[in-house]
Design a binder for this molecule. Structure first.
Ligand code: NAI
Length: 303
C-alpha cells in the first residue's frame, strides 16, 4: 500500500472554516499535520453579520488535539480581505501551500425576487472571493513552485436548480476560474481542482430529511479535500461530485456532433433533421482547454 497522505510542513488556508464543510476540512487537514489558517467572517448564512467566535472555536478545537492553527476574520469578498488572509498565513507560518476556497453564502429566493444586491453579494463572496484569494496566494506558490487550490462549486451551478440564480451563477463561474487557474498554475506545480459537495450544514438544513443528516456529514467530503491538497495528488483541471460517501469525477462533455458540408447546408431545418446526431453523446470528449474545444468543434472533419 502507498504511504499515508500527510500534510506535514504544509500551510493551508481554509476560507469559511468556522462552520460546516470548512470546519470539517480544517480539522481533517490539521489532523494530517497541516498548519491551518481558519478564516471565517462568522456571518449568517445570507452573508449578514460577523462574529469572531466562529473561527476562534475551530482554532480551539484544532489546538485541543495538538494541531496548529490560527484564526483570521477577514472577508474573502474584498481584495484587501483576501490579502490579509494570506498575510495571516505568512506571519504565523511563513508561507502558504494550500488554499481551499470554501467560504459561501446563499439566499434562497425565486428568480424575480433576486435583487441586484442579492446577485452582487453572492458573486462577491463565492466568485470574486475565490479570485481574490488566488491572486493573493499565487505569487507565493509560483515562486516556490508548489501549490494546491481546491475550489468549492455546486451542482446548483453545474446543473442549475430553482430559487438560487445568484448562487448558481457564482458557482458556475468558480468552475471557469478554477480551469483558468489550472492552466496558469500547471507550469509551477500549482494544481487546481473543484469539488461539488453534498452535505448537511446550516446552508442545507432545510433541504435534508432528519434521517439523512448523519449520511450527509461534512466528514464525507473532507478526505477528498485532503487528497486534492496533498503532494501525492497530481490531478489538475478536474471536478468531483461528492457526498454521503461517493466521490465521482464529473466533466463538461462535448459530443462529436454533426457538421454541415457547406454554409448552404447549415439551415435551421437541417439542424432539426440532424438533431439525433447533434444530441448523441456517443464518443464524447472532455476538452481540457478552450483551444482543444475549438480544435474539436471547428476542425472536426465531416463524418
Ligand atoms: P456554512 O454556512 O456552514 O459555511 C460557510 C461559511 O463561510 C460560514 O462559516 C460563513 O461564516 C463563511 N463565510 C461566508 N461569507 C464569508 C466571507 N465573505 N469571508 C469569509 N467567510 C465567509 O455552509 P457550508 O455548507 O459549509 O458551505 C461551504 C461551502 O460549500 C460554500 O461555498 C457552499 O456554497 C458550498 N456548498 C455546500 C453544499 C452543501 O451541501 N452544504 C453544496 C454545494 C456547495
Amino acid at each position: 500500500m502507498a504511504s499515508e497522505i500527510r500534510l506535514d510542513h504544509r500551510v493551508a488556508i481554509i476560507t469559511g472554516a468556522g462552520a460546516g464543510l470548512g470546519r470539517s476540512h480544517a480539522l481533517a487537514m490539521a489532523a494530517r499535520g497541516a498548519k491551518v489558517v481558519v478564516n471565517d467572517l462568522g456571518g449568517h448564512v445570507d452573508g449578514s453579520g460577523a462574529d469572531k467566535s466562529a473561527a476562534d472555536h475551530v482554532v480551539d478545537e484544532i489546538r485541543a488535539v495538538g494541531g496548529e492553527a490560527v484564526a483570521n476574520y477577514d472577508s474573502v469578498a474584498t481584495p484587501e480581505g483576501a490579502r490579509a488572509i494570506v498575510q495571516t498565513a505568512v506571519d504565523a507560518f511563513g508561507t502558504v501551500d494550500i488554499v481551499v476556497n470554501n467560504a459561501g453564502i446563499i439566499r434562497f429566493k425565486k428568480f424575480m425576487e433576486h435583487t441586484p444586491e442579492d446577485f452582487a453579494a453572492n458573486l462577491a463572496v463565492h466568485l470574486s472571493g475565490s479570485f481574490y484569494m488566488c491572486q493573493a496566494a499565487f505569487p507565493i506558490m509560483q515562486k516556490k513552485r508548489y501549490g494546491r487550490f481546491v475550489f468549492t462549486s455546486s451542482s446548483g451551478g453545474l446543473r442549475g436548480g430553482a430559487d438560487g440564480v445568484a448562487y448558481g451563477a457564482a458557482k458556475a463561474g468558480i468552475m471557469g476560474l478554477a480551469f483558468v487557474m489550472a492552466h496558469t498554475g500547471a507550469p509551477y506545480n500549482v494544481l487546481s481542482n473543484v469539488i461539488l459537495p453534498n452535505a448537511y450544514t446550516r446552508m442545507t438544513e432545510a433541504m435534508v430529511a432528519p434521517r439523512n443528516v448523519d449520511k450527509l456529514s461534512p466528514e464525507f467530503i473532507s478526505p477528498l479535500v485532503v487528497y486534492l491538497s496533498s503532494e501525492q495528488c497530481s490531478l489538475n483541471h478536474e471536478m468531483f461530485a461528492c457526498g454521503g460517501g461517493t466521490v465521482a469525477r464529473t466533466i463538461i462533455a462535448l459530443a462529436p456532433g454533426w457538421r454541415a458540408a457547406s454554409k448552404a447546408e447549415l439551415t435551421p431545418e437541417a439542424i432539426r433533421d440532424h438533431l439525433s446526431e447533434i444530441m448523441d453523446m456517443t464518443g464524447y470528449a472532455n476538452p481540457q482547454s478552450a483551444e482543444e474545444e475549438t480544435r474539436l468543434v471547428v476542425g472536426r472533419r465531416q463524418k
